[in-house]
Design a protein around this ligand. Structure first.
Ligand code: SF4
Ligand code: FES
Length: 145
């Protein structure tokens, strides 16, 4: 099991799994006050609202980022549709909808993302870790849906 690092603003905890990160910087471009590789810690969730963090985490292509709510306990999680997308010159992306119900009855649709290597050069197989960008991997895109 690879290491996961946690960063909380007191309301939401951002989880980051470095071995799955592409280091491509979508998070840095979207919320530069929160994600700054030059800072320590490099993620400071107190510099954005919980809603802004949720929106940004939903855009992390690799699934390296996820979150949990600090004062909410999940009572059920119902899996929904899975979307598959094969990227041009890159990995296979899997995005799955999960309908989460919390203890207080509120519901939220979350997405779990995974990116699977198809260039063979990842240090974290079967997951992509962005190495396809370094080895100039070439392959066609494909959307099976
Ligand atoms: S993979 Fe996710 S965590 Fe890593 S740089 Fe890209 S957006 Fe940020
Ligand atoms: S497809 Fe990304 S490391 Fe192989």
């Amino acid at each position: 099991m690879s290491k996961i690092k946690d960063y909380s603003n007191g309301e939401i905890t951002v989880h980051w799994e470095p071995s799955k990160c592409w280091h491509f910087g979508a998070c840095v471009r979207m919320l530069p006050d929160v994600y700054d590789p030059e800072k320590k810690p490099w993620i400071t969730p107190e510099d954005a609202t919980t809603e802004a963090l949720k929106n940004q985490i939903a855009q992390c292509p690799s699934g390296a980022l996820s979150y949990s709510m600090d004062s909410q306990t999940i009572t059920s999680a119902e899996e929904g549709i899975r979307h598959l997308n094969i990227l041009k010159d890159g990995p296979i992306l899997s995005k799955k909808e999960v309908l989460v119900t919390y203890e207080d009855g509120t519901k939220e649709t979350k997405f779990t993302r995974r990116s699977y290597c198809r260039c063979g050069a990842s240090d974290n197989l079967p997951f992509c870790n962005g190495n396809h960008n370094k080895n100039n991997f070439k392959a066609e895109a494909h959307n099976p849906e």
